[in-house]
Each structure stands twice: as structure tokens, then as C-alpha cells.
Design a protein around this ligand. Sequence first.
Ligand code: ADP
Ligand code: MG
Length: 347
Amino acid sequence: HAIQLDDVVKEYLSHGEVVQAVKGVTLEIAEGEFFSLLGPSGCGKTTTMRMIAGFEEPSRGVVKLHGQDVTNVPPNKRDVNMVFQSYALFPHMNVWDNVAFGLKQKGVAQAEIRQRVSEMLEIVDLTGREKRRPREMSGGQQQRVALARALVNRPRALLLDEPLGALDLKLRQAMQIELKRIQREVGITFVYVTHDQSEALTMSDRIAVMNDGLVEQLAGPREIYERPATEFVAGFIGTSNLLAGTASAGILPVGGGRVLVPGKDGEVTVTVRPEKITIDTVEPNGEVSAIPGKVAEVVYLGTYNSYSVSLADGAEMTVFQQNALDSSTTAERGDSVWLSWQPQHSY
Ligand code: ADP
Ligand code: MG
């Protein structure tokens, strides 16, 4: 494994009280993986990254890089590099010198510096901008300089802490694609910290969803989205409908309808994603979950509509329906409708 955390804990003393920023994180990151730490602000993502980089020593637990225990090894002796949200470029140096700086410091030969810097600038698509100063560049370009500067050292892993946080949405989306391409091209392990679920879902091979100092789920994006392991994950990732009640013989009654929960009895909570639900004006047939309701709101969102549907018990459900040209159903506000979905889509 490129990176291993074994029950890592970080405690801080804050106003005389012990605060646990990280409460026992265990995870393994494979060589070459694009791995994300995802979670709300304050859940311990940065602290976890700083322990991998060596800027913080764990209070307990073990950090391993490429099989070696580095728990007490200083940052400059670890084969990783970190990129932050604030690019921290040298303002008085041009692009070339910013990227070459670390290599010069290490005393790498001139010819090799020239070759490695130009190769890196090519990869981050900044060839021809060598003479620019940071302030003459856009945020996205500055972030690419910061990336090149970190990658030129050829670390075995790159740690990125909310690197796109300062960019506007459009640029951020473009940079997400760029980052993914760069990672594929250089082929090294990326550990990416973000609080933005769509960012993590689109870029990552695997994601650790963190909450309050702990990992709640560790899986691929699809599994996290479709099979959230906890209520927290279901609520944090995307939009989902939470249905709760008492089931008997595999049926959970909800708002005058039924949710199929095969094999379940007693208190259950299930989630269903808005895009898995079909909205129709007639009661559906067959072995499906089906709940009647009234359309409270329709929001047109381009390629799909978002419906808020009130149920008889006062609850509301959200449904996303693709806006195909040949769409047979177009429910309006105030319409009585049936919501239905296949049993395998509720978890
Ligand atoms: P995230 O990056 O997910 O937003 P952090 O790792 O920065 O979260 O912080 C996790 C928790 O630890 C927060 O409650 C934060 O206030 C606390 N914390 C972080 N660094 C320190 C510190 N140096 N001293 C005291 N508390 C800290
Ligand atoms: Mg942070």
C-alpha cells in the first residue's frame, strides 16, 4: 500500500480541554489510486492529511508510507508532497523559477532541472507561460503552477487539501477534469481532501466519507452514492429520501402506500434516491414500492425536473425526472400522482 493509517488519533489541547480532531482512522490507499477524504468542515480531513504529510504527529496510531512506519519521521524525509488551497507561490518569481525552486535547493544539475521543469509545464499545460509572474495569471493557472511545483519533485504521493476551493464553479469543474488527467499521466497516488461531494464522486477511485473525526464509509463513488452505509452518508451525499417506520412481512407502510423491504421486520429506515423514482398519474402494477402523493412544487432544471411531492402523512419526497422529448408524463403542481421504484433501489 502507498499509505496506511492504523487507528490514528489526534488530540489537541484547546482552552485546557482535550479535543479529538481525529478519533481513530484506519484506512489503506493503494499505489496509483485517486483517493478522497470527503466530509463537512471540521470533521478532521485536514488533520488526517497533515498526519500523512508529517506536519502533525498522531497522538496514537501508526502512519505507514509504502510499507514503512513513518509515524515519527519529519515531513521532508517523507516521499510525499502537499498542495494547499492557497497556492503559496513565490510572487516575485516567474512560473519557471517557481517550479524549479525545489530542485535548485536540492542541488539537482542544471540540465536535469531544465528537462524536468519543461516536462512538468507541458503536463499542466503551461508551456509558453514560463516568464509570467503569479499575479499575471488566473487562479486556475496559479493552481497548475502549484501542482507542477509539487510534482516536479517526483513524490510517490501527492496530497491535495481543497486545492480548488478558491476557484469559481466553472473553473473548478474544468480543473477537476485536468487534475484527473494529470494524475493518470504521472501515475502517482493522489489523496484529495474536499467537502464537495460532487467533486469527490466525479474524480475518485475510492472515497472515505468522514464525520466527526471518524470514517463512516469507505468505498467507490457508485457504492457510496447508491448504497450509503449510514444515515449521515445518505444525507451528506446527494439528495435522498429517508423513509422510516415499522415494517411487517417485508412491507413498510408509508403515507397510504407501501415500500417493499424484502426480509425486513420491525423498525426500519430506508433511503431512496430521487432519480430512481418514477412519477405517474396512475397506480403502478407489479412488485414495486408505491406511494400516492400530491405535487407541491416542480422545478425545471434543464435536463431534468425536480418534483416535491407531499404524502398523506405530511412528509415530502423529492423526485428527479429526466426531461426526455418524448416524456409521456409531465405532472404539474397540484396533480395527484403515484411514486414508484424497484425494491432494489431502497436501502
Ligand atoms: P476539516 O479539515 O475537515 O475542516 P480539521 O482537521 O481542520 O477539519 O479540524 C478538525 C477539528 O479539529 C476541528 O474541530 C478543529 O477545530 C480542530 N482542530 C484542528 N486543528 C486544531 C489545533 N491546532 N488546535 C485545536 N483544535 C484544532
Ligand atoms: Mg480542512
